[in-house]
Design a protein around this ligand. Sequence first.
Ligand code: ANZ
Ligand code: ZN
Length: 854
Amino acid sequence: DERYNVKETEAKWQKTWEDRQSFLATEDPSRPKYFVLEMFPYPSGRIHMGHVRNYALGDVVARYKRARGFNVLHPMGWDAFGLPAENAAIERGVHPAKWTRENIAAMREQLKSMGLSYDWSRELATCEPEYYRHEQKMFLDFLKAGLVYRKESWVNWDPVENTVLANEQVIDGRGWRSGALVEKRLLSQWFLKITAFADDLLDSLQTLDRWPERVRIMQENWIGRSEGARLTWTLKDRDDSLDIFTTRPDTLFGAAFLAISPNHPLAGELAAHNPALAEFIAECNRMGTSEAVVEAAEKKGMDTGLKAVHPFVPGWELPVYVANFVLMEYGSGAIFGCPAHDQRDLDFARKYGLTVKPVVLPADADAASFQVGDEAYSGDGTLFNSDFLDGLDVPAAKAAAIARIEDGKIGEKTVNWRLRDWGVSRQRYWGCPIPIIHCDTCGPVPVPEADLPVRLPEDVSFDKPGNPLDHHPTWKNIACPCCGKPARRETDTFDTFFESSWYFARYCSPNRADVAFDRAAADYWMSVDQYIGGIEHAVLHLLYSRFFTRALKTCGYLGVKEPFAGLLTQGMVCHETYKDEAGAWLYPDEVVKGEGGGLVHAQTGKTVALGRSEKMSKSKRNVVDPAHIIATYGADTARLFMLSDSPPERDLEWTEAGIDGAWRYVNRLWRLTALAVDSLPAIGTAMPELGEAATKLRRQVHKTIAAVSDDLDRFHFNKAVARIRELTNALGDFKAEDAGDWWVMREGLESAALLIAPMMPHLAEEIWLELGHAQPVVDTAWPLAEAALLVEDSVTIAVQVNGKLRATIALPKDCDAKLAEETALAQEAVIAAMSGKPPRKVVVVANRIVNVVV
Ligand code: ANZ
Ligand code: ZN
């Protein structure tokens, strides 16, 4: 009894596809194109299960679309700049370039062992000058187009290492290596004007109907369009005034205080003469001023002693606080607080003993008794306690308040965006150099295009903390392109999101040295038809890419503005967690079932505690190495399991039992074919008379074809797998006796081979070959279901041409005349009988006959 030799077989087919260049894509206007892309990996050194899932999903789509006649582009590359390479350099003395390139080589082999249908001739790595030179040019073009500017902005500063830290290097407010308390510093940095496209980035979300609703909402919230009003308050005993932004001008009569950001210029001015306030501001800054930090922190403030005068009520004076929850980067960095209708304001008011005066009455409440307790009321209702707004509903009151503000010329209706411009400067070595030269006379000067690329020097040392580009003896020094005097190169590099914001389009013409994109190729392939990747990129990467595509369109690089027409966000791969008696995490292969049935340590035999299933992560050790799985069971088994149990959007639970099941299935299907093959009729044998059982099986074959096609169209991969398994069971249970039975058996096995091919391409090829086909599955079209077999009742009817019987066809009982006519006219014998003439008349008698008159 032969066994399936998975190792040899998979290697053999991978080589065959490579030799035949099966996945080489070329622009071909005669076929519909399909660009399918998975998010490219960071070359950390080894693939993990998240990659396996992501790439298995993408490969099903690519192979399926290919079989359906699409001209498929399915490329792969490396998101190769970033901090881990620099850390490896610092910790282990390997150069980031060497580390990265070796990791790429290792991971490329791992991906190849998965049998993915990539066009490897289009591979790219973002750390190579052949790639990043184009983004330097883009940056300069964006600069010309007014989409780039320079501005002071805060960075994390490690006072012990004298270096800027990335956000992920700040742990609990301290430098990750020095342990020193991190400070904030202002640095001049480059910004991309993503806000220039805010409206369009928001509005166009409506057109992305093949994106998950959830992701569109996340983008919408991130862009954060707020309609409201800007309103100027006069300050008592001062000449200047204070501008605030509010989305609730209707609640103005419930105002209790004003508050400004600790970074507001007015706060700075007052602090100069007020040490207590200066200390409070310093405390706020230590805590961090990012939205996330502010959200989580306790709301605190300090009274400045200033009074602001209410815009509608002369003589009504309100205190002005500096408050830690007011962000300088939003609106105008100042607010009025209405405690009754805003939770933060309420918490603040309770803490500092301020008035809580409700002004919006909920529909079912009574004006005389309505009170606000611990919860602010932010819902709809009718205005009360509010002078000229009394009796209006909230939208009407907003409009009325704004009208009054505009009449009095103390402000106006405005729209505010949460979206900030994108700061792209990083004080890091392993990134793309920003192509700018700083001259004391001329200021920042773009590197002349002829001098691109600005290469990242590889002869750098990591002995000192900070950016090696700053310590490089010569690289920085360069003559100013404008005046020729000695000047300095910009030593900052781009945020690594920069590279991933356009890589997808580079795949259209990755080997063009002179331009980023061959315009004709980009016009042919873009947009990406299906993008697949993790939900963790649902905001930044996708938004930056959407912005970049628009900016590139503005500068004439591309013709489309949306990079990704379809998006699939996959769930995580999870595994149980284990801890030993001392509370240390254990790897799954350190844990076995003990004699009593409980879990024990494989070596020590000590009891192991089972924890809940969580996303596979090194920190909890609940990881299974794909390399090990592929080496043991083969790529097809791993791929099948990745697709089997859960829909792609959901989390997937990795289990031993699951992978065993997939492995057994691979072997079962192979054996089934091997056992049957000698009894099967030759390829192309005409269908004999079928018995009842054979007819029934044949129906199931065709129903499976139809249903699996439909499942794959909708990315219901787990359902598709389940149906193919059912079909396999039916074929396995079938007792073939006569010629008709074996004929259907062949049809069933062939269909199974073609249907599993997107999921298990190696096994599919092997079976297909075993069944006698010379042409591999990769070059074979997707099977089509016969419509007549999809309904339980079918009828055989005659087709006559000019009164002569030419064919009989099987049709669904009571099917519509159009299907009958189409099927009849498609019969070879009928076409021959018509000898090239068009039908003059086609008469369909339902369930009986089709008469063609020529
Ligand atoms: C008064 C008011 C009363 C507000 C009320 C809300 C409810 P979104 O929707 O996010 O745009 N705000 C304005 N600028 C701020 C800043 N720089 N930092 C922190 N908060 C700020 O939120 C707008 C609301 O957030 C504004 O409307 C303002 O508080 C506050 F019953 O004004 B509101
Ligand atoms: Zn100069």
